[in-house]
Design a binder for this molecule. Structure first.
Ligand code: G1P
Length: 295
């Protein structure tokens, strides 16, 4: 069933304009979002989550050197012609399905001024309805897609909802972290403050912000009023702090397993885990890993 906002379907925004410096040299000339997880680019998992959550209108915020993303979600005429000629119906269906996944739009972020600024680039497309933001560094596997869980919470409470999860002390400095009040409901907390990338000592809790948000359109004015923060960038977390002065924001501890693609080691671990989920690779890969451990 499609998740709706009143009469309109919810739109989603996927920021994908970053330089991907944590993956150099691979990302010198290729988008980080196209890094493969077994046989699909990372961004396809994110788009599939949005589609499985009932979202059909997707805006990808791109930048210089990101053409491969647009090509991936477009029709590949020559390839389809060859597959048709080879009577490879299975691959043909698979390839065609990617181009038909959703209604995908693109807007370019001309300057890399931060995540908040990237979200602001979506204002014209999003208009005056609440919308979802999905970050490509986070992949979530769950029976009910993470974004759908957030939309369900939004539909109940009609306030911005942010996905969070407990984060170990050793990693807290890589997240936006929330300070919260007593739970309103199972796994739902009113946010009282947010800090982007705090030190272990500064962190107001152990609940880190995951890359899934449902935001009300009031966030756009808040971003405009946000000065550069951590790393000299306009941070979405700081804009949410502004929004908190005007409206409540709830944090939701989602159900599911989240995989981080933020750096090379995390990507390696995620790749292995995703491959182990696939029946066709599982046994041979496990055998290979066992041999590596004992050799
Ligand atoms: C961004 C957000 C941060 C959030 C994180 C989740 O940081 O700014 O608040 O916790 O995504 O992945 P980034 O990882 O892009 O530096």
């Amino acid at each position: 069933m499609k998740e709706s906002v009143g009469e309109t379907m919810m739109k989603c925004v996927i920021p994908a304009a970053g330089f991907g410096t944590r993956f150099l040299p691979m990302t010198k000339n290729s988008p980080k979002e196209m890094l493969p997880l077994v046989d699909k680019p990372a961004i396809q998992y994110v788009i599939e989550e949005a589609v499985d959550s009932g979202i059909n209108d997707i805006l990808i915020i791109t930048g210089r050197g990101k053409r491969a993303i647009e090509d991936h979600f477009d029709i590949a005429f020559e390839l389809e012609y060859i597959l048709k000629d080879n009577k490879d119906e299975k691959k043909l269906r698979e390839i065609r399905k990617i181009a038909e996944l959703a209604d995908i739009h693109y807007v370019r972020q001309k300057q890399q001024l931060g995540l908040g600024h990237a979200v602001l680039c979506a204002e014209k497309h999003v208009g005056t309805q609440p919308f979802a933001v999905l970050l490509g560094d986070d992949i979530v596997f769950s029976t009910t897609p993470c974004t759908k869980q957030l939309i369900q919470q939004y539909n109940k409470h009609k306030v911005s909802i942010i996905a969070v999860e407990p984060v170990p002390d050793t990693h807290i400095h890589t997240y936006g972290v929330i300070k919260y009040d007593d739970p309103i409901d199972d796994k739902l907390y009113p946010i009282v403050d947010l800090v982007e990338k705090p030190t272990k000592e500064q962190a107001p809790s152990n609940l880190g912000i995951l890359g899934r948000y449902i935001l009300t359109p009031a966030i756009f004015d808040c971003i405009r009023n946000t000065k550069p923060g951590y790393g000299g960038e306009i941070q979405l977390t700081d804009a949410l702090k502004e929004l908190l002065k005007e409206e409540p924001i709830y944090a939701y501890e989602f159900y599911g397993t989240r995989y981080d693609l933020g750096n090379k080691m995390d990507w390696l671990k995620t790749t292995i885990d995703v491959a182990l989920m696939r029946q066709e690779f599982r046994e041979e890969l496990l055998e290979f890993l066992k041999q590596k451990i004992t050799s």
